[in-house]
Design a protein around this ligand. Structure first.
Ligand SMILES: [Zn+2]
Ligand SMILES: [Zn+2]
Length: 349
C-alpha cells in the first residue's frame, strides 16, 4: 500500500513539473490564518517604503516588506497576527524599500510561492531575500503579465510588467486582486511608462482601492491610468517629512480631481481595509480625521463645501472633497441644507 502511495505521489510530482505552469500551486498548506474567513488588507506603516499583507479566507500574501531596517517590524507584525505561513511572498521590484524587510518575514514565516520580476539582482537586500528563500527550499517564480491565481476566494491577476525595462521601478509587478464586487490594485513603484504599457495591454483595471504607485511620486498615477482605475479609495505609503517630497502635490491634485478618498501611512500609521465582497471599510492606527489631501482654500469664512454633481456637502476637512470646478461654498450648515444639499456620509457635517 505504502509503495502504491509513493508511486502516486511521484507521478503527481512529475505531472506538476511537466505542466510548466509559471505559478505552481501551493502544495503544503499550513496557514494558521485558516480559520479566518473574509478579506483584509493591511497597509503596514514602514515609513518611506512599502509593505502590504493580504489575508483572504485564511490564505495570505505579503506584497513587499519595507526596508531591511523594517525586518523586525515585519517579523513582529506577522507574529502578532499569528501568520506563520505566507502562501505568496511578493517582491514587486528589487529596490531595497520593497524587498529589504522580506528577510524579516521569512525569518518568521514559511513561504509557499515567491514572486519577483527578477530571479537575481546584485544588492545586499535582494541577496538576503534569496538566501532566506533558499533556506526554505523556495525558488523565485518570475510571473508574466496575464498570469492569474487564487488567494482564498479572491482572484489575483498579474497586470504587469508587460515587457522588459531597465529602470527598476518600471519592472514592478502590478497585481489586481478581486474579491466579490470589490477590487484592489497594487502597483509597486511603476511609473508612467509602465502604466502606459498596462493600459495598452487592455486589462480591466477598475479597482475600488488603489495603492498609489511609487509612494505618491509625480512620475506615477498619470491621468489616463487613474481614469481606467476609477478608484473610490487610495492609499499612499510614505514616510513623514521624507526627503523625496512624497507624496507630490501634482499626484494629490489628480487624486482630488478624481474624487478619491485618500489614506496615508505617514499621517495615519498602519491602515486596515476590510472587504465584505460588496463594500470596503477602513480603520487606521492614528489620526482618523487627518486632512490627508487638503487644498488651501482662499475663502477663510467657508465652513462647508458642496458638490454640484452629487448634491452632497462636506466639511472643508473631508478627505472626499469634489474637484474645484464642481464646488459650491457655504458659510453655514443651514445654507447648505436650504440649498437642497445632503450631508456627506464620511465627514458627517
Ligand atoms: Zn519604493
Ligand atoms: Zn522603487
Amino acid at each position: 500500500m505504502k509503495r502504491v502511495l509513493f508511486f502516486c505521489a511521484l507521478i503527481l510530482t512529475c505531472i506538476i513539473l511537466l505542466s510548466g505552469c509559471t505559478i505552481l500551486p501551493v502544495s503544503e498548506f499550513s496557514s494558521n490564518a485558516e480559520d479566518r474567513p473574509g478579506f483584509t488588507v493591511y497597509f503596514i506603516d514602514v515609513g518611506q517604503a512599502e509593505s502590504a499583507l493580504v489575508v483572504c479566507d485564511g490564505q495570505t500574501m505579503l506584497i513587499d516588506g519595507g526596508n531591511a531596517a523594517d525586518s523586525n517590524l515585519i517579523y513582529a507584525f506577522l507574529k502578532n497576527h499569528d501568520i506563520s505561513y505566507l502562501d505568496y511572498i511578493v517582491a514587486t521590484h528589487a529596490h531595497e524599500d520593497h524587498v529589504g524587510g522580506l528577510a524579516g518575514a521569512l525569518n518568521y514565516a514559511k513561504a509557499g510561492v515567491a514572486l519577483s520580476p527578477v530571479a537575481e539582482y546584485d544588492s545586499r537586500a535582494f541577496n538576503s531575500f534569496v538566501k532566506y528563500l533558499d533556506e526554505q527550499g523556495v525558488s523565485i517564480t518570475v510571473p508574466e503579465a496575464g498570469d492569474s491565481f487564487k488567494l482564498g476566494g479572491a482572484d489575483v491577476l498579474v497586470a504587469g510588467p508587460t515587457r522588459r525595462h531597465d529602470e527598476l521601478n518600471n519592472t514592478s509587478i502590478v497585481l489586481k486582486i478581486s474579491y466579490g464586487e470589490t477590487s484592489f490594485l497594487f502597483t509597486g513603484d511603476a511609473e508612467r511608462e509602465a502604466e502606459q504599457d498596462i493600459l495598452e495591454a487592455g486589462y480591466d483595471l477598475f479597482a475600488t482601492v488603489l495603492q498609489v504607485g511609487h509612494h505618491g511620486s509625480d512620475t506615477s498615477t498619470t491621468y489616463p491610468f487613474l481614469r481606467e482605475i476609477m478608484p473610490r479609495y487610495a492609499v499612499i505609503s510614505c514616510g513623514e517629512g521624507n526627503s523625496y517630497g512624497h507624496p507630490h502635490e501634482n499626484t494629490l491634485s489628480r487624486l482630488r480631481d478624481a474624487d478619491v478618498i485618500l489614506y496615508r501611512t505617514d499621517m495615519q500609521g498602519t491602515i486596515t481595509c476590510v472587504s465584505s465582497g460588496t463594500d470596503v471599510s477602513f480603520s487606521v492606527e492614528r489620526n482618523a480625521d487627518a486632512r490627508t489631501n487638503p487644498l488651501e482654500l482662499d475663502e477663510p469664512d467657508v465652513s462647508y463645501i458642496g458638490n454640484i454633481n452629487s448634491m452632497k456637502f462636506h466639511r472643508v476637512t473631508c478627505s472626499g472633497l469634489p474637484q474645484e470646478k464642481n464646488r459650491v461654498l457655504f458659510d453655514s450648515r443651514d445654507e447648505a441644507i436650504d440649498g437642497g444639499y445632503e450631508p456627506c456620509g464620511t465627514c458627517k457635517p
